[in-house]
Design a protein around this ligand. Sequence first.
Ligand code: GTP
Ligand code: MG
Length: 610
Amino acid sequence: MNYRSEIRNIAIIAHVDHGKTTLVDAMLKQSNIFRDNQQVGELIMDQGVLEREKGITIMAKNTAVTYRGVKINIIDTPGHADFSGEVERVISMADGCLLLVDSIEGPMPQTKFVLRKALERGLKPIVVINKIDRENSRIAEVLGFTQDLFLELATSAEQLDFPVIYASAREGMAVTEPSMKSKDITPLFECILENVPPPQIESGPFQMLVSNLDYDSHKGKIAIGRIWRGKVATHDPVVSVSADGGITRYEIGGVFTYLGLKRLEVAEAEAGDIVAVTGLEIVNIGDTIASPERPEALPRIEIGEPTVEMTFGVNTSPFAGREGRFSTTRHLRERLYKELETNLSLRVQDTDSPDTFLVKGRGELHLAILIETMRREGYEFEVSKPEAITKVIDGELMEPMEILTIDTKEEYIGALTEMLSKRQAQLTDMRNDGHDKVRLELRVPTKGLIGFRGAFLTATRGEGIMNTVFLGYEAWHGDIASTRNGVLVASEQGSAFTYGLNNAQGRGLTFIEPNTAVYEGMIIGLNSRPQDIAINVCKEKKKTNVRSSTSDIAIKLTPPVKLSLEQAIDFINKDELVEVTPENIRLRKKLLTEAKRLRNISLSRRSTKA
Ligand SMILES: Nc1nc2c(ncn2[C@@H]2O[C@H](COP(=O)(O)OP(=O)(O)OP(=O)(O)O)[C@@H](O)[C@H]2O)c(=O)[nH]1
Ligand SMILES: [Mg+2]
């Protein structure tokens, strides 16, 4: 076997927010990639609009730095459990990984998930205890927990012998012993060179696995992946091998390697390196690109199954077609199926209704990000309440289960326990930090977590953090009764008036401002009782000599509760929809008129009695 000693390929993996992208910042900044006066800012790799807005990584991305003549290809991955398909997609490109662990939080559910994936793939791990600058960091303890995790997950004794680096990604420093001082992350670079094996190469005809796709308006489709065998050069004839074994011939348009934020065009590239190639129009992630001499497929990328589904339908509200550029079935269908090319853990299915598609993802956030992206692209559509995906195995109904971890203050435990038991959660562990902080670990059916996040934040007054990770399928635990109150529903189409909204506020919370356009059946608030009520919010105060607008002003409304897209999806019940357009997010009843809704209730009562 030959090695390429001038290359290292590493993936950076961790639980959400433990500092992966910040550590990549430090690696980029300290390897002289940028000009001295270049303003690069923070979280450099998080270039997606939603990534920047939300401060989280959504897609895995490649970059590279050079250190002492060695090129280190770096793959930054997302830590949020909903995007774990991204980790599965890219991890096969690496030979080693940096497992980051927050020096206060310690290993979290997603730390375990990603470490398991990395060890299964045989990646050489380096543990990085990060954020050691934080005031209450408990480095020794966190290292102990991390060692326990390795004991649980290691597939060979060798994997237990991992190097540890202590770092503050934010301050751009790393050391090999917590007591040491350093001005930079040199010890981390040295540790990578020393411990991560250089890529093994096989000589022979060219072969690479496509792990990612990108588009360029000039160059067209760009296929990204690691070369496993041989070399590739511009104009080389190649074939792509698709999932069904189909072979398509192409000529390589260009070959690129990574350096910093750029892709550099090179004449040729060799096994062991991570490259981007152009010229292949219909290649997909998971396909192999190979020399026509030996068109053998590499094993395809395995991605965990989706756990949550919801419908995406053509907008059927009375305001349909007003605000979106793309609103037809054809638009919606094409866009959703296109998403499958890069969003590997997503599934899309046609349904009995030609205007509605079933979309399955790894969690509510996974689906919410797709909805938000489409809305910004100009699409308008309606979505249903997310539901856990059940399946029947050997005649038995099974449902997905998750591990829920909660970090909060002791005082909220009572309220949380009550909420969680209604959602069929079972407490499996509770740890106290000796002050007033606790960590709870629970097993919960996925269905019990839908709509939980909002309630959780309210119950803990924003002083709680919750994380979930997929556990597996278990026999159905039974139905969960809806815990939400009824809604306030507009009874007429028009413009909401302060007077009408004031009446609504006598019944509960409202979601809209005065002058908002409403339609019959649109949800404008939350009732303080279990049933829905229809209210005419377009009602003005009876006309007197005084102009109505001035008398309106005299009424002081409580500011409305504005639901974000994620909150809206979390909020709705099965008989409701979220209408999504580039300009608005509206909530509505599926059945818009009160008469239809009442008839539906009496019909369903009759059918349950029968
Ligand atoms: N105090 C301190 N904060 C840090 C450190 N590293 C990262 N942070 C902060 O932690 C937060 C999350 O950092 P990110 O780098 O986005 O974390 P991430 O692991 O990439 O997060 P995801 O990609 O969303 O999973 C940011 O506010 C960082 O500024 C550190 O060493 N010390
Ligand atoms: Mg990140």
